[in-house]
Each structure stands twice: as C-alpha cells, then as structure tokens.
Design a binder for this molecule. Structure first.
Ligand SMILES: NC(=O)c1ccc[n+]([C@@H]2O[C@H](COP(=O)([O-])OP(=O)(O)OC[C@H]3O[C@@H](n4cnc5c(N)ncnc54)[C@H](OP(=O)(O)O)[C@@H]3O)[C@@H](O)[C@H]2O)c1
Length: 327
C-alpha cells in the first residue's frame, strides 16, 4: 500500500511523470507516486516567472496525514517520460495546446477526464502522438486549499486512443503502479469509459439539480419519474454508436446500486454547482445529447438534465468548500 515510507524508498529508476492539473486528482498522483519522480506543470503567467514547489497536506486512504512537496517542472532541465492530464474536461484541450509544444512527440499522454468527448477531441487534434485515456474509480477531494484527501480507494484502467499509444501501455501501467494504486491495461477503453459515463449520467445531474448527496436522489420524484427514460435514451444512443450495452433495466439497477453504495458522497457535479464552478455536464449528459443529435435521435431527459444543470451554474451565487466523492 502506498504511504509516506513507500515514497521515500522507491524514488529511483521510475522515469519522470509530469502532472498537468494540480487539483484533487493531480495532487493524489503527486502524493502517491515515488518522491523525485513527479513534477507539476504550472500555469505560466510569464515565461521567466519563478514557480515554487507545491506543498500540501495529504490524507491517505487509512486516514493518516503526510506533508507532500512536489516540484514544478523545469522545462529547461527536465524532460518528462509520461504526461498525466488531470484538468477538468473543459480545460483539457486548451491546457494541452500550451503544453504539448514543449513535450517530445513520443511521450505518452494519459487523459484522466470523466465523461466523454474531451478525450476524442485530444486524440483528433494530435493523432500522431501516443494518447491514452484512463478511467478511474479512485476518489480525491480538497476540503481546504492546503489539504488533499484520498477519499475513495478504487481501480484505474488505461487504454490506447491513438495507434502509437498501444505499444507503450504496459510501460505506463508499470510506471503508475509505483503509486501503489491498482492499475490495469484496458484493451477496450471506450467501452470502459461508456460504463462510467452511464453511472455519471444517472447520478451526477440529479445530485446537482436536487443539491443533495448521491443516496438522496433515489426517493426524489425527479429521479423516479425520469430514470427509466434516461436509461432507454442511453441504450438507444449506444446502439446507434455501434456499442453493445446493457439493457435499460440493468443500467437502472446499476445506477441505483452505485447511488446506494455511495449514498453519503457529494458528486463532483453537485460540488461544482455549490462552488459556482463550471461543471462537466457537457461531457456527460451533454455528450449524450450531442451524439443523439448526430444520429437524429430524441433524448429529452438528457436534454432536460443538461439544461437544468447549466441553469444552476448560471445562477449560483455563494461558493462553498470542495468535498466531492467518487462519482
Ligand atoms: N477528483 C476525483 O476524485 C476524480 C476521480 C475520477 C475522475 N476525475 C476527473 O479528473 C479530472 C480532474 O478532476 P479534479 O477533481 O482533480 O478537478 P480539479 O480539482 O478542479 O483540478 C483540475 C486542476 O486543473 C487545473 N488547470 C486547469 N487548466 C489548467 C491549465 N491550463 N494549466 C494547468 N493547470 C490547469 C486547475 O487549476 P485552477 O483551479 O487554477 O483552475 C485545477 O487545479 C476531471 O475530469 C474529473 O472528472 C476526478
């Protein structure tokens, strides 16, 4: 299991992992990968601006606290072996536009965004680079600006999005396994991402609209009256995308089971709405709406949920702390 001792012991020969996006998930990787093998890519305000190391308090999965210091990447002396991208979906393309010109074209880029659409946009923009997508059930949050909490222990699957990524997957998995987290190679990453998309589409917007924890959606009329139709829409879009999917009834049972299992968690979307931050709705239910449009299908529930979540971000006034859970 990854802990502070592990960080000190395993720092050699692992290659440098650069992390783009020093938020909850980026800081989780920064804390768990061996010391001396990670660096954050800072947002540059001016080319000669000094970027200090990033120091924060990390609470591991057992509730123990450790001080963590991760340096900022110095492009003039350091050359990353892997880039992991932990920005929100909507920020990813822009963040990579400024980062990738500095990165060797053979360096694997691993995208950790939830939902769908941002990964395809990156793979289409840089088809000759080794681009990978990750789907993770790890959960991290920042209850305050100085603290990062490993809130939910899960698993991570990594698969290739571009041709040149395929031969590099094993190396990347080995490199990231030095964190102590459970990581798998995923030959069918798109199906894996769709699996998570179904859960996110069936839980996150409801929590954001109802302003409640995951488990509280289950008895709400909004959820009860629309979840079956939502699952019918998901199955229809997946069918037209050429993907095999579970039956709408199975999807509904799975969504309800996850909502029950994570009943006390606050979803990232609910947390974003509470903090007045942009949500990832365009990459979750909004992605379903956009793919439905491409196939000339009507998806009224996904459309309604997307519009309702956007309405809440537009009108949100008073920000609150960040304590999302694992969905
Ligand atoms: N947290 C989790 O448990 C978890 C689990 C599974 C998947 N995910 C997915 O992982 C992604 C990141 O989630 P998160 O919770 O870590 O979000 P987050 O806490 O908001 O972190 C995103 C970070 O990216 C930074 N950023 C944005 N644009 C940047 C740029 N151009 N250059 C450098 N940094 C930039 C942000 O900086 P500012 O704050 O300054 O904007 C922020 O620190 C999301 O797609 C999420 O759905 C998260």
């Amino acid at each position: 299991m990854a802990d502070a001792q592990h960080r000190v012991k395993s720092g050699n020969g692992n290659g440098l992992v650069a992390i783009l996006g020093a938020g909850s998930l980026g800081r989780l990787w920064g804390a768990l990968l061996p010391m001396g093998t990670t660096a954050f890519i800072p947002r540059r305000h001016a080319p000669d601006e000094y970027e200090p190391d990033l120091t924060y308090r990390f609470q591991d999965g057992h509730g123990h606290y450790y001080p963590i210091t991760v340096p900022s990447l110095d492009w003039s002396t350091q050359s990353p072996d892997t880039l992991i991208v932990t920005t929100k979906a909507g920020d990813t393309l822009g963040a990579l536009e400024t980062t990738l010109p500095n990165l060797k074209p053979t360096v694997p880029v691993v995208l950790f965004q939830n939902g769908m659409g941002s990964q395809q946009a990156v793979a289409e923009r840089w088809p000759n680079r080794p681009i990978m997508a990750a789907s993770t059930t790890e959960g991290a949050n920042r209850p305050d600006s100085q603290t990062t909490v490993h809130a939910g222990q899960g698993e991570t699957w990594i698969g290739a999005l571009t041709h040149s990524a395929s031969p590099l997957i094993t190396n990347v998995v080995n490199q990231l396994e030095a964190s102590g987290l459970v990581i798998h190679e995923e030959p069918d990453i798109l199906t894996r991402l769709w699996g998570k998309l179904i859960i996110n589409a069936g839980i996150n917007p409801y929590t954001a609209i109802l302003d409640c924890a995951n488990g509280d959606i289950l008895d709400a009329p909004l959820f009860r009256d629309t979840i079956r139709q939502l699952c019918l829409e998901l199955a229809d879009v997946m069918h037209h995308e050429g993907l095999s999917s579970r039956s709408p009834e199975d999807m509904e049972s799975q969504i309800e089971a996850v909502a029950r299992k994570t009943a006390k968690n606050t979803s990232s979307m609910c947390s974003d709405v509470r903090r007045g931050k942009p949500t990832e709705i365009d990459y979750i239910n909004g992605y379903i709406v956009s793919r439905a449009g491409a196939h000339n299908l009507a998806v009224p529930v996904n459309q309604m949920l997307t519009e309702q979540v956007k309405l809440r971000t537009d009108t949100q006034q008073e920000p609150q702390p960040d304590t999302p859970g694992a969905t």
